[in-house]
Design a protein around this ligand. Sequence first.
Ligand SMILES: Cc1cc2nc3c(=O)[nH]c(=O)nc-3n(C[C@H](O)[C@H](O)[C@H](O)COP(=O)(O)OP(=O)(O)OC[C@H]3O[C@@H](n4cnc5c(N)ncnc54)[C@H](O)[C@@H]3O)c2cc1C
Ligand code: SF4
Length: 398
Amino acid sequence: MAEYDADVIVVGSGSLGGFVALEVAKAGKSVIILESGPEIAEWKITDNYHRSPRKFNWNDPFGDIPYAPNTYTPGYIDADLGDVGQIPGALRSVGGTSRHWTGATWRLLPEDMKLKSTFGIGRDWPFSYDEFEKWFTEAEYAIGVNGDNDADLSGQGLGHTYPPRSKPYPLPPEAKPYLVQKLQVQYEKAGYRTEHGPSCRISQPYAGRPACIGNNLCQPNCPIGAKHSGVHVIEQAVAAGAELRSNATVDKLTVDGKGRITELSYLSPKGDRTTLKAKVIVLAAHAYETPKLLLMNELANSSGMVGRNVMFHPVLNMDFYAEEPVWTGRGQFLHGSIMQRRNQKNRAAVPSARLDYQNVYPVLKITEEVLKPRRSMSARRWTTRSAIVPPAMSPCRC
Ligand SMILES: Cc1cc2nc3c(=O)[nH]c(=O)nc-3n(C[C@H](O)[C@H](O)[C@H](O)COP(=O)(O)OP(=O)(O)OC[C@H]3O[C@@H](n4cnc5c(N)ncnc54)[C@H](O)[C@@H]3O)c2cc1C
Ligand code: SF4
């Protein structure tokens, strides 16, 4: 009997785990991908979403899976969400969370990685943007990213591309939705610049994927596969020889005499246990489940920092009524942003932020507002004109 079941076992089939498995399989090594969620076809997600009354819950079309709860499953996140009140989204299915991500593909700025030395706050990364740049480029070419090669994404009006790039974007920007064109004109009058935001909802066919046709269904999933999804990577990895085992929830990790994790075991939905060994085990189970696995098994935590400092970005959405039709919901979700607040000199006092133009279908929110019980006609007039949506109701789009 072979000592190992595979050269490498990858836990988690999201974009991260998928790319690891793909590279290992391409190198001719054996690799098993273990994924706690099920395989769900794209058409089924689209169909479920079509029928769902919970249109702003993008986890909903992926189903309520008892053995693989997602972050919207009641009781999954046991934390004080404070004033923000937003539950971060994560999926449990083959392909992982990028199946319903927005596909906004921002690079960090050099300053983001040196906050302490540049602005005197936070901590510096142990390496610089220049050292990291080639990996941004490789990722952009791997998933297919549209971008404007002249855009200053620091928002400071530098007049040249920023952050620096060693190669152009693999794909040119997509068509600008009418809504963004109209808003850009209005905001420019007030001194705000609109820059193109890079995305992986591709503007031209790329790596076997068709170009985006702008039907605005990027979340919960792109029905035609124009948006990068971890599912595409898993398909490539399996074609290259990787073995995928879905419905396999890893819970036990075992170290060998050298302190390396070389054995694990997982449960099937019925509770059957399987134990596997590999020369290398990669944990790619998302920012929630990877630390949870380590903590459950009391591993790799000599610093005491495993599971701490998780960060996500809070979002405040604001809606408004336009004086003329702006045809929201045609074209892509996100195209342009105002970035003047992204890298100001006073970042120590005023945190970095971005103002995105979200080109989303407004029907649901308007209907909800109109159907709300009213105390009086004057109250009704105020609510329907302003319709500012509190953050807890506003899902993140990026
Ligand atoms: C609504 C939404 C929009 C987003 N939009 C953007 C965006 O525009 N731009 C951006 O950069 N980021 C965005 N993000 C974040 C981004 O999607 C995630 O950071 C990214 O997909 C994480 O990839 P991953 O491979 O690390 O994890 P995941 O894709 O979550 O994959 C982890 C996999 O591990 C599996 N797993 C977990 N535990 C176990 C276990 N014990 N055993 C076996 N398998 C397990 C899970 O089922 C899952 O499939 C968005 C997120 C959400 C929710
Ligand atoms: S707009 Fe439509 S085709 Fe384009 S990425 Fe989104 S869902 Fe896919």
